[in-house]
Design a protein around this ligand. Sequence first.
Ligand code: SAM
Length: 281
Amino acid sequence: MLSYRHGFHAGNHADVLKHVVLVALLRLLMRKDKPIVVVDTHAGAGMYSLEQGFASRNAEFRNGIALLWERSDLPSPVADYLDQVRVANVDGVLRHYPGSPRIALGLLRPQDRLRLFELHSTEGLILARQFAQDGRRVAVTAGDGFAGLKAVLPPQSRRGLVLIDPSYELASDYRAVLAALRDGMQRFATGTYAVWYPLLQRREAIQLPDKLRRAAGADWLDVALQVKAPSPDGPGLHGSGMFIVNPPWKFSEQVHEIMPWLARALAQDAAASFRLDVCET
Ligand SMILES: C[S@@+](CC[C@H](N)C(=O)[O-])C[C@H]1O[C@@H](n2cnc3c(N)ncnc32)[C@H](O)[C@@H]1O
């Protein structure tokens, strides 16, 4: 039984990093006309209210998207991401936050496809209803995204992005992410993979970036954003990272441009910082 609901965290600093990276990756992958397939193995509900329900309880978005909303000095890849959030808030007031499926579909072209997996039954239903009109381009599966990934790789077009964004609610998620990346690379070695990971005072979380680097078997880029000092007593997210395998050309330049600005904009204390490592074989 899954208890994690992404609504509690929608629009927080981790979503901002993840979705800025997602938009930048998609833009670069769509520079060529050839169709791409985007697979979102852990899709969530697709859209979240920031005024009612889960997101309003802890209001994590106040330390995330809300800090960028009024800024006029955004680096262009961040402005591109903000534009996608503005589509969900046409009157200019920040009331809704789009999840990764909505953001991806907002950018995809008619020739592209979106494959969504969501295991939580309620979230899966919300997602399926939301994309019911987009059946030609979007397929929603209520089920395990780790298992489902095997069946959809490689895509026919041999071009695409796999977003792996589990909640890490289960300790087994840390192992499953590595297995999914290794298996995915065997089936679709030229694909781009984006794995979100938490910065937490927990052994599995601390070890995960190194394990991802060893599992990649191709060029990678690892970017992590720490928004505050780790709490001395352990629990709590002090930041997050995105591990990218086969990053598209020019992506690294964009991340170099984004991160200093983002680390300042989302800083919660003087320990805010970022780490960026690139491996090109
Ligand atoms: C971090 S949230 C996803 C957020 C979403 N990708 C976004 O950026 O808007 C993780 C989601 O994965 C779902 N989930 C957990 N285990 C799963 C699994 N094995 N397969 C598919 N979905 C799963 C959870 O119910 C939750 O909605």
